[in-house]
Design a protein around this ligand. Structure first.
Ligand code: PMP
Length: 432
């Protein structure tokens, strides 16, 4: 049996009751792209709009007061979820915006008039380190930062079995390194990276560490104190929450020395025509009326995940991943890109099917009601590294059961039959 009660959980997700492609059960294996939402999250957003909708931190009326309360309560709850005080939680639109916020802050630092805002300024001769397995969201902003500032981008490569190659860690992360940006879990390989080792090296040279938690925070317990990094970013929509809300966590001492990215209302202290001063974090980084209902919805998502228990969520996905790897290994012609065991690996399983393009695999699966992702998964260098044009990717979450993975395996065999590439000797494929 699986650690989570999949039957009970599925009943909480209205979308899982619908059918697709002429009455077929929806087998949703694309939570890595975006997760489905339980009723409690949908209800929380609706409750906000129906009862207390107002712009927080403004207005002298009761609704504004209640909206502010709900917004700040959610901030505290989301902070507690990752072991952080509320003043270290900044709301952004998503992971992408959170990373851009940091990247622009580091280049805005160069010309900041406040001396303390220049602490982390990046310029010529400085280096930014990423890895070859980063999502484009954790690569392009750093490329652009380097173009703006004259800094140099360096990266850690990958091993043939889908892990970070740390053999030259001490050389890549060196005295010139200003910031290291690394994903905690690869969205395409499933690999869970040894953040501790990277943080330890970064500490030796005084570099900041930003962890991309878009695929880890939704799926395993993450505590920022244990993590040891300076900055952590993640998206609400991948952890059962609404779209339009993401999180930047930063150690307060670090956030406090960063200049703003977006400027305008809500983030200012004193405004004069000649110039203005800014609020301390987190307000300094939250210009404009925020995504209040979405933040409240994300608070409800955190409640839902905490009621299940993140350790259990992790265990659940590990069991599913082990099962999926074994099932796919039984199918001749199927090759998994990424670690072959579940030791340091989460529930993102990317694979190729010999002689069938991933888009065709995806099409056959879709006809069967199975939703997967195909393509380069916004991590183009990864597919290039492993010499494939694209992959098909299945990702798991709390409502995923063994039946979903069985459907996936049957679907792949169906695709092989359809395209006439069912390898002989695959007796199950010939008869089922
Ligand atoms: N990093 C990783 C590892 C991701 O998987 C994703 C989403 N696929 C992102 C960053 C970007 O997240 P978002 O699109 O929500 O900004």
């Amino acid at each position: 049996p699986l650690p989570l009660d999949v039957g009970a959980i599925r009943a909480d997700f209205p979308i899982l009751t619908r059918t697709v492609r002429d009455g077929k059960r929806l087998v949703y294996l694309d939570s890595g792209a975006t997760s489905q939402k339980p009723r409690s999250v949908l209800d929380a957003e609706r409750w906000f709009y129906e009862n207390i909708n107002a712009a927080p931190h403004r207005g002298a009326h009761q609704l504004a007061e209640e909206a502010t309360g709900a917004y700040e309560e959610a901030r505290a709850k989301i902070g507690a979820f990752i072991g952080a005080p509320e003043r270290e939680i900044v709301f952004t639109r998503n992971t992408t915006e959170a990373i851009n916020l940091v990247a622009y802050a580091l280049s805005n630092a160069v010309t900041a008039k406040e001396p303390e805002f220049r602490t982390y300024a990046v310029g010529q001769g400085d280096e930014i380190v990423v890895t070859e397995m980063e999502h484009h969201a954790d690569l392009i902003p750093w490329q652009q930062l380097c173009e703006r500032t004259g800094a140099t981008l360096r990266w850690l490569g990958l091993t043939d079995d889908g892990r970070l190659d740390l053999s030259n860690l001490a050389e890549v992360i060196n005295e010139r390194t200003k910031l290291v940006a690394v994903t905690q879990q690869s969205n395409i390989l499933g690999t869970i990276n040894p953040i501790g080792e990277i943080v330890a090296r970064a500490r030796e040279v005084g570099a900041l560490v930003l962890v991309d938690g878009a695929q880890s925070v939704p799926h395993q317990p993450v505590d920022v104190t244990e993590l040891g990094a300076d900055l952590l970013v993640f998206s609400g929509h991948k952890m059962l929450g609404p779209t339009g809300v993401g999180v930047l966590w930063g150690r307060y001492e670090v956030l406090d020395k960063l200049p703003p990215f977006l400027t305008g209302g809500s983030m200012i202290e004193v405004v004069r025509m000649e110039g203005s001063t800014f609020m301390p974090p987190p307000q300094r980084f939250e210009a404009g009326v925020p995504m209040t209902a979405q933040v409240v919805g994300l608070g409800a998502a955190v409640d839902y995940l905490q009621a299940l228990g993140m350790a259990k969520v992790e265990e659940h996905e590990k069991a599913l991943t082990g099962y999926a790897l074994a099932k796919l290994a039984e199918i001749p012609g199927v090759t998994v890109i990424g670690p072959a065991d579940t030791v340091a690996r989460g529930g993102a399983v990317s694979f190729t099917v010999e002689d069938i393009h991933p888009h065709d695999v995806g099409q056959v699966l879709d006809d069967l009601g199975i939703a997967v992702r195909v393509g380069h998964h916004c991590a183009w260098p990864v597919v290039r590294r492993y010499g494939v044009p694209a992959t098909t990717r299945a990702t798991f979450y709390v409502h995923t059961g063994y039946d979903d993975i069985d459907a996936l395996a049957d679907g792949i065999r169906e695709a092989q039959r359809f395209f006439g590439v069912a390898p002989s000797g695959d007796s199950e494929g010939a008869t089922s």
